[in-house]
Write a protein that binds this ligand. Sequence first.
Ligand code: NAD
Length: 322
Amino acid sequence: MTVAGGEARLLLGGPIASEIRLAVAEDVEAYRKRTGRSPGLAIVIVGRDAPSMVYLQQILKSCEAVGIASRLVEIEGEATERLVTDAIAALNADPTVNGIIVQMPLPPSIRLRAVIDAIDPAKDIDGIHPLNAGLLRLGYDGFLPATAHAAVEILRRSGIEIEGKRAVVVGRSAVVGMPAAFLLVRENATVTVCHSRTRDLEHHVRDAEILVVAAGRPGLITGSMLSPGVVVVDVGINVVGDTIVGDVDFESARHVASAITPVPRGVGPITNALLLAHLTRAAYAQEQAQPAATSSDARRPPAPDPSVTAAGGRAAPTRGHR
Ligand code: NAD
């Protein structure tokens, strides 16, 4: 376990993402045979924020590769909250749309909560609606935020033991830090959540056997803060000059950690693949729930997620990506 002075094992997202995408492509094909159409994803765009456009283009490309029908829904002109929520309501009612993603960040004039609340929880494939957040909090199966799901999935699929470990999550956002912490609790880790007001971050970080960092601060965590043998999942994506770096100083950390995710090529590719998996799962769940699934008042939770069981046990890894 201890690799002080050695080299950490690299936890690469690419091979795991390929495995997930392969399973998704099979599910998509089976869905198409059954229903005569492809599962559909809609991405709502409010203003063209350059970095998130790159991310969204990647999602569109991945959808095409696995046979998911995806489209951008652009709010033209001056976007008002009403225009955005009306567009979402139309997508909720559209039976060819199985999943909805809204580009973030929203312009400051539009309330995040109003937009999130407008999404049908059954189509909320990135787990941002309060119903899905609540299901996760209570240990039931709903849609998980894809990035938090990816941070834990990379550990599980790399064969890293989570149960009983001291896990520290740096970051408490609703979309990454907190859901990652809840997922780790589900996997029976003992979890500490650190944030911008945490006193003596280093003390907590040094205690970690598993460290998940999602702070959006390049170089926040250095090798000298880590315990030898720690497993590090770096969720951060920061543009520094013309490179992308994580929140962990990779060069110093890799000589102390036993395993570490690089940035890029770590968590990111899995996030993208899991979104496709969530979308396919939504399509199947809506098909099974016909005709209620096509109604915008169909405020029901999605079907169980086999990849992370409610009891915290592990599902079979073969098809457990959904
Ligand atoms: P956020 O800004 O919403 O939250 C950041 C969190 O970090 C906050 O809870 C804050 O309290 C904490 N924090 C900030 N400075 C800190 C410090 N000095 N010490 C301790 N805690 C501190 O960000 P987010 O949306 O949760 O995203 C976090 C990071 O993950 C960003 O770099 C983002 O780009 C990245 N991200 C990655 C993916 C992916 O697929 N890998 C997806 C989404 C976001």
